[in-house]
Design a binder for this molecule. Structure first.
Ligand code: BTN
Length: 242
């Protein structure tokens, strides 16, 4: 694992993709700032100095015969590796918000964009660490530094998280998904919350339950358990009522 740090990049995901011949598995690219940070569903990630902005490279495992669909679980592993890595720095009550955000105090702390190109997976992570959030975002987002009043070493955080991912991914390949899943479920932010899901043209409401073995979220709608796979729930349409 090597860490490549830059002052400004367009996007750490794009940079790694465009220079893939330079990188090996678990190498990390960090940037202090990004001019064209990418979020999920083609949105822009507004980067701020002080955020942890990084991408690490993961490769499809050549030796195992994991079905391709199994790799859809990597964002879940990434979210959980963020929680484990951050806990080494500050042992707080981080929660995993399906499919791939990390929350603290009911607010967004981290977003993850994982992209695939052939056998390469680019796990892009943006965490509010030393940055101060603009007033208009303070009711929906939180930074670690605002929570604790401390400043953190961002490269150290990026390395801890990548190491945690490596351990989880190795366990995953070795068949320990059920154990990982039960740990993820113990940090399931949506559990027991009322959420609205856009399904086709309809907006349905229900109570979120566990994440199931296929990595889908289960939702109790009119006393029936429905499961929703990646992409079926549009996050912006998840309206959480307590
Ligand atoms: C989301 O919440 O929609 C995901 C946001 C992911 C942002 C990170 S910042 C580092 C990496 N590089 C990018 O361009 N995006 C990810």
């Amino acid at each position: 694992m090597k860490i490549y740090s830059y002052e400004t990049l367009d996007s750490t995901n794009e940079f790694m993709k465009n220079n893939i011949s330079k990188f090996e598995e678990y190498d990390v690219v960090t940037a202090e700032n990004q001019t064209l940070g990418k979020a999920r569903r083609g949105n822009t990630w507004v980067s701020q100095k002080g955020m942890a902005l990084f991408t690490f490279l993961v490769k499809k495992d050549e030796n195992s015969n994991l079905d391709d669909s199994e790799y859809l679980k990597l964002p879940l592993l990434a979210g959980f590796s963020v929680i484990k890595g951050l806990k080494k720095i500050e042992n707080l009550d981080y929660m995993f918000k399906w499919t791939n955000d990390v929350y603290l105090d009911e607010k967004k702390l981290c977003g993850i964009l994982s992209e695939r190109n052939g056998d390469n997976f680019y796990i892009g992570i943006g965490i509010n660490i030393n940055n101060h959030l603009p007033e208009k975002l303070k009711n929906i987002a939180v930074s670690l530094s605002e929570k604790t009043g401390k400043q953190y070493d961002i490269n150290e955080i990026a390395v801890y998280i990548t190491e945690e991912f490596k351990t989880l991914y190795t366990d995953f390949i070795n068949g320990l998904w059920n154990e990982i899943l039960s740990e993820i479920n113990s940090r399931n932010f949506l559990k027991n919350k009322k959420i609205s899901i856009k399904s086709g043209k309809n907006l349905k409401s229900g109570i979120a339950e566990n994440i199931n073995n296929d990595g889908e979220i289960e939702v109790l709608i009119n006393n029936e358990l429905h499961s929703f796979s990646f992409g079926e729930i549009m996050n912006e349409k998840i309206m959480i009522e307590k």
